[in-house]
Ligand binder design. Structure first.
Ligand SMILES: Cc1ncc(COP(=O)(O)O)c(C=O)c1O
Length: 418
């Protein structure tokens, strides 16, 4: 059994209530709450270690040690062979804009890039701007409005001998679909296409393995996996080595520093290490004998237990929503296919604007998002842009069946007034 009570005790925010009404944080895909491990790491940094990097005095030495530990922990979380290829930055969006500037020089006018109708705009707009600046042509990969998945044959069809680059999301921040990125990368790598994978919505729910995926770049954000606001980029060593970074002249030209421009958010990186230490704690809870195993193995145990628990909750949510008259779920609903989605579930309610539904849930202290949440292509492709998008309900492993029930009742009440 998943130790949800012990997990919840570790997140101070989960016991906060407003006027006696407990909060239900179903705004998960926009950012998770943080455990005490993250708070302690961040506080400790400010209380005892706060300094710039590269000095001879204790706070600076400790800062450098901490940064190295965090790079290695992050590498273990995403299956990277070395912490040197892990780049910390402000957030996924800023890292992507920065690397797009370097990548742009590899392409010639008339070259083609592939973007998808399923991606968050952070994995679309930087590449559209790169295409504009360099005279590249954009080919769009749609998703099926019936299955909410990509078609590999379509990817193969739109890949030509001019295709040089593809940006693809691993898990959708709107539909919840987990894409078969490994097969997609194989198709693209065979044709020498550079792949940039947005793992922001996957990493909180599943164990990523950047080597197994066969991608060139992988990005994620710590605030989506129980950490602070902090972005992370991984790249294949030869690809990162070949790229010309936009950096100040005195900055270290070795990896990862050549891409870590300016002074980093040391406290954010400390907190990110805390989030990974929290997952290690979870590993010990779900597999008490895991203490001797290496960190990657323990993280795998934690994420596996988390995923199994989340799939049960997700099924409860999806089954409950599909049973409510007037509610449409825009994503995978087949109970046997829960492994193909993360527990991010978007709905529309007949006769009710998404903002209205979100507002009525907020009045009951149930936090959900409405609109497009920057998945502008998804909402347009579904034809929902004029209707105000969708209501997004997102779960994490600290949620309970009782919270899902509370949300279902609230949605049912909203639908009955729709
Ligand atoms: C799938 C996806 N990609 C990218 C981003 C952008 O991440 P960041 O806020 O770290 O720039 C988000 C944020 O919601 C997201 O959900």
């Amino acid at each position: 059994m998943f130790p949800v009570d012990a997990v919840r005790e570790r997140f101070p925010a989960l016991s906060v209530s407003d006027d006696g009404v407990e909060r239900v944080y179903f705004d998960t895909p926009a950012g998770t709450q943080v455990p005490t491990d993250v708070i302690a790491r961040t506080t400790r940094y400010f209380e005892r270690q706060n300094a710039n990097s590269g000095g001879y005095f204790s706070t600076s030495v400790e800062t450098d040690e901490l940064l190295e530990s965090a790079h290695q922990a992050m590498a273990d979380l995403i299956g990277a062979p070395s912490g040197e290829q892990v780049v910390f930055g402000q957030n996924m969006t800023s890292l992507t804009f920065a690397v797009s500037r370097s990548l742009a020089h590899r392409f010639e006018p008339g070259d083609e890039i592939i973007l998808t109708r399923m991606d968050h705009d952070a994995n679309v707009a930087p590449w559209l701007l790169m295409a504009r600046d360099r005279g590249l042509n954009v080919r769009w990969l749609p998703f099926s409005r019936e299955t909410f998945r990509f078609d590999l044959a379509e990817l193969d069809r739109i890949t030509t001998n001019r295709t040089r680059f593809a940006a693809i999301n691993y898990a959708s921040n709107a539909l919840g679909t987990v894409n078969d990125v490994k097969s997609m990368c194989r198709v693209l790598a065979d044709r020498d296409v550079t792949t940039y994978i947005d793992g922001v919505q996957l990493v909180p729910h599943r164990l990523a393995d950047v080597v197994d995926l066969g991608c060139d770049f992988f990005v994620c954000s710590a605030y989506k996996f129980y950490g602070p606001h902090q972005g992370i980029l991984w790249g294949k060593r030869d690809v990162l080595d070949e790229l010309d970074p936009y950096k100040v002249r005195p900055a270290d030209n070795r990896l990862p520093h050549r891409f870590e421009t300016g002074t980093l958010s040391h406290e954010g990186i400390a907190g990110t290490l805390g989030a990974i230490e929290y997952l290690e704690w979870l590993a010990d809870e779900v597999t008490p004998s895991s203490g001797d195993a290496d960190r990657r193995t323990r993280l795998a145990a934690a994420m596996d237990a988390s995923d199994r628990y989340e799939q049960v909750l997700c099924r409860q949510l999806v089954d409950g929503l599909t049973a409510i008259k007037g509610v449409t779920v825009h994503g995978i609903t087949d109970p046997t296919e829960m492994h193909d989605r993360v527990p991010t579930v978007c709905i529309t309610v007949d006769g009710a604007h998404p903002d209205e539904v979100a507002r009525s849930l907020a009045a009951q202290n149930i936090f959900v998002w409405s609109g497009h949440y920057y998945a502008v292509e998804v909402v347009k492709h579904l034809g929902l842009d004029k209707a105000g998008g969708m209501v997004r309900i997102g779960l994490a492993h600290y949620h309970t069946a009782a919270e899902v029930d509370r949300c279902l009742e609230a949605v049912e009440a909203a639908a009955s007034q729709g």
